[in-house]
Design a binder for this molecule. Structure first.
Ligand SMILES: NC(=O)C1=CN([C@@H]2O[C@H](COP(=O)(O)OP(=O)(O)OC[C@H]3O[C@@H](n4cnc5c(N)ncnc54)[C@H](OP(=O)(O)O)[C@@H]3O)[C@@H](O)[C@H]2O)C=CC1
Ligand SMILES: O=C1O[C@H](COP(=O)(O)O)[C@@H](O)[C@H](O)[C@H]1O
Length: 509
């Protein structure tokens, strides 16, 4: 299995044809091809492989290869070497056609006959709009291009997010896909699971005996998970985003996965299903912490127009390209959950995400309780002004990105005659410990699919359990009008209300 990180670093041996549906799109150019190139440059791809890019645009092999070489130059995580790029792109072919027509599959079959001088292992990567997922899978199956599960040669299909729009559509999509494929052939991707620092939450928790005994309701006051972005609507994304919004785009998948990793029980072993079973248990026990009404547990926001520090105007969400000017889609969301199980009962879990926020950061902060007896005073300084305050709680921070690392805030005696305590940070940072760039999430996840390791992919019941957590929001969306916030803020001040009945506050750092 790969949660150990061993498989990701070993070479794939099975020859394979990788077909990317949506090969002229943003994800292919910015992420998939640079990731495959990095795998190739590290000699992790098999000796025999072909990449077929499929889209409607009218390219030929040469044009397509040149464009992809440019993408590698622009987006590869280490500067590429021209000769290696040239050898890599020679494995790439372009196949022009429309996914909803039968001809495209007939043409694909011919292409396979041309290139497959090796066993017919195939990875289909669906980097397309969700409404085409079922058509693509059904057509592949009907054209006889899907192998039987569990044997050789193999067929695997990667499904991009969003996986559905709500619980009902996620269930329907699962049912449609499972009519044509076996669960073992489906890889529902959530790129957060490919991030080194996300996987490290598991190592930190289960490879060290000292923290696990305090990861529970007796010691933890609350958990905060933040994924904030400074960008607004990126080019070409307006239409998609306005239909989905921040809760569907980020919380239902990435933030709930982070929550699973930090809250799950230790799995019996590191097999894909052992880990996924534990994650599903967390999701099944998680629910919105609604006391009187939904606004006790959910707050939505939408960014307004504003100015950059240099005086440049920033568009409000409603003025962005392909956004309905009367849209009530949220670009910021904050949720308060509880996990009704023995370990976490009563511990508030706060999640938030947003575009055009003050800072690009993703972190999981576990805040512990304050000591039962306040023996010491704490000194707090802002600039030159210092004040005496109550002792602060310890906080353990998993810094997912950027400045990847793990930090523990502890109270320490400040040097001097008086017994006052100051907060210091014990830290481990990746950059200070290892002198190499971290693999991109897609690099890791693509290699896992080629190795047939589904640990870091989402199982059908898991995806449905994610939607079940957030579904009450969509059922009562009329009660959750978004509040406006200026660009470069930490979202809306109304989200502070989610701390009702507790002492904490959002970590706006
Ligand atoms: N971009 C990103 O950062 C992320 C994207 N995703 C997901 O990845 C998927 C792709 O996203 P992205 O690359 O941004 O989208 P784009 O709109 O940039 O690309 C869509 C691709 O689909 C192709 N396409 C559309 N309709 C057809 C058709 N009928 N037949 C053949 N090809 C078709 C388009 O090519 P052509 O017009 O030439 O046919 C294009 O190559 C989506 O599911 C998205 O939600 C997930 C996370 C992040
Ligand atoms: O899936 C998505 O993730 C990105 C943020 O990814 P990150 O790796 O930079 O944290 C987000 O911008 C996008 O809206 C969403 O679809």
């Amino acid at each position: 299995m790969s949660a150990t990180g061993m498989i990701g670093e070993s070479r794939v041996h099975d020859p394979v044809t990788i077909v990317i549906f949506g090969a002229s799109g943003d994800l292919t150019h910015r992420k998939l091809i640079p990731a495959l190139y990095m795998a190739y440059a590290q000699e992790l791809l098999p000796e025999n492989f072909t990449i077929v890019g499929l889209a409607r645009r009218d390219y030929d092999n040469e044009v397509f290869r040149t464009m992809l070489a440019d993408s590698i130059a622009a987006f590869s995580r280490v500067p590429p070497d021209d000769e290696t790029v040239a050898r890599f792109v020679a494995h790439i072919r372009y196949h022009q056609g429309d996914i909803s027509t039968p001809e495209v599959y007939a043409g694909l079959k011919e292409k396979f006959q041309d290139v497959e001088t090796y066993p017919e292992n195939r990875l289909y990567y669906l980097s397309i709009i969700p409404s085409l997922f079922e058509t693509a899978v059904r057509s592949l199956k009907e054209s006889g291009m899907v192998a039987q599960p569990g044997g050789a040669p193999w067929t695997r299909v990667v499904i991009e997010k969003p996986f559905g729009k709500d619980l009902a559509s996620a269930k329907a999509l699962n049912a449609q896909l499972l009519r044509h494929l076996d669960e073992s052939q489906i890889y529902r991707i959530d790129h957060y699971l490919g991030k080194e620092t996300v996987q490290n939450i598991l190592s930190f928790r289960f490879a060290n005996a000292i923290f696990e005994p305090v990861f529970n309701r007796s010691y933890v006051d609350h958990i905060q998970i933040t994924a904030s972005e400074t960008v607004g609507m990126e080019k070409g994304r307006g239409g998609y985003y306005d239909e989905y919004g921040a809760i569907r785009d980020m919380i239902t998948n990435h933030l709930l996965q982070l929550l699973c990793f930090v809250a799950m029980e230790p799995p019996g072993d590191l097999s894909a299903d052992a880990i996924r079973n534990e994650k599903v248990k967390v999701l099944n026990a998680a629910k919105l912490d609604v006391r009187k009404d939904i606004s006790d547990a959910v707050c939505r926001g939408q960014y307004a127009a504003g100015m950059e520090e240099d005086g440049q105007p920033i568009k409000g969400y409603l003025e962005e390209e392909r956004i309905d000017p009367a849209s009530t889609t949220e670009t910021f969301a904050a949720l308060r959950l509880i996990i009704d199980n023995w370990r976490w009962a009563g511990v508030p879990i706060l999640l938030r995400t947003g575009k055009r926020m003050a800072k690009k950061t993703t972190e999981v902060a576990v805040q512990f309780k304050v000591p039962p007896l306040q023996l010491f005073q704490q000194i707090e300084c802002e600039g030159d002004v210092c004040d005496i305050a109550r002792i602060k709680p310890n906080t353990l921070i998993f810094q997912i990105q950027p400045n990847e690392g793990i930090f523990l805030k502890v109270g320490t005696k400040r040097p001097g005659m008086r017994f006052v305590v100051e907060d210091v940070k014990m830290d481990f940072s990746y950059s200070g410990t290892w002198n190499k760039s971290l693999p991109e999430a897609y690099e890791r996840l693509l290699l896992d699919t080629l190795h047939g390791d589904s640990t870091l992919f989402t199982r059908s019941d898991e995806v449905e359990a994610e939607w079940r957590v957030v579904q009450p929001i969509f059922d009562q969306i009329d009660q959750l009008k978004p509040f406006a916030y200026p660009p470069a803020a930490w979202g809306v001040p109304e989200a502070d209300w989610l701390f009702h009945g507790m002492e904490g506050a959002w970590r706006n750092k």
